[in-house]
Design a protein. Structure first.
Lengths: 118, 114
């Protein structure tokens, strides 16, 4: 069975510092995809970044980048130059290999609560 | 932009009531999902649907049912609400076979069962 593990329940970082949020995964599949979502206190889930298992380059989206280490089965999210607005819950998720009529499920980690201090 | 709208942000119901949570998406997505979110457990899939009137159980379907009569609307039903169903409920939608595209989420419904 696929599993996502986020070992940091909470993190505190000073504004403008870079921060790395850990994510390790377990799968026996060769083809898979990894997503990161941000959830502010208001509740909505905001998609941040995607990494495919066959992508040769680490994914980047603005201040977000993904440190993808396939052999270690880790997909850590790096936020550069953190801002107060980055304070939120962050979830790592894996695309499930189970496909039913084109629908692919996501398996989520427990989440990391990031707090940016001024 | 994809818009997924959940009918209520906050809801308070009593034990034993039948509860309906509604979700509507405006991007003609084939797939829709219902998750519940609890502290320390992340998001867990309750049910999903890949077409009108079609549904599949997720990881924690017990105590819930769903309805999809129209492509844009996916309802979650708590047949007889219990206090252990107090949680945050999130609806999501996605397009078929776009495996590198994310699921798009609504704002969530915080449900309290008293």
């Amino acid at each position: 069975a696929q599993k996502i593990t986020q070992t940091q329940p909470g993190m505190f970082v000073q504004e403008k510092e870079a921060v790395t949020l850990d994510c390790t995964y377990d799968t026996s599949d060769q083809s898979y995809g990894l997503f990161w979502y941000k959830q502010p206190s208001s509740g909505e889930m905001i998609f941040l970044i995607y990494q495919g298992s066959y992508d040769e380059q680490n994914a980047t989206e603005g201040r977000y980048s993904l440190n993808f280490q396939k052999a270690r089965k880790s997909a850590n999210l790096v936020i550069s130059a953190s801002q107060l607005g980055d304070s939120a819950m962050y979830f790592c998720a894996m695309r499930s290999t189970i496909i039913i009529q084109g629908a692919q499920k996501l398996v989520f980690g427990q989440g990391t609560r990031l707090t940016i201090n001024p | 932009d994809v818009k997924v709208t959940q009918s209520s942000r906050y809801l308070v119901k009593r034990t034993g009531e039948k509860v309906f949570l509604e979700c509507v998406q405006d991007m003609d997505h084939e797939n829709m999902f219902w998750y519940r979110q609890d502290p320390g457990l992340g998001l867990r899939l309750i049910y999903f649907s890949y077409d009108v009137k079609m549904k599949e159980k997720g990881d924690i379907p017990e105590g819930y049912s769903v309805s999809r009569e129209k492509k844009e609307r996916f309802s979650l039903i708590l047949e007889s609400a219990s206090t252990n169903q107090t949680s945050m409920y999130l609806c999501a939608s996605s397009r078929d076979e776009d495996s590198n595209q994310p699921q798009h989420f609504g704002d969530g419904t915080r449900l309290s069962i008293l």
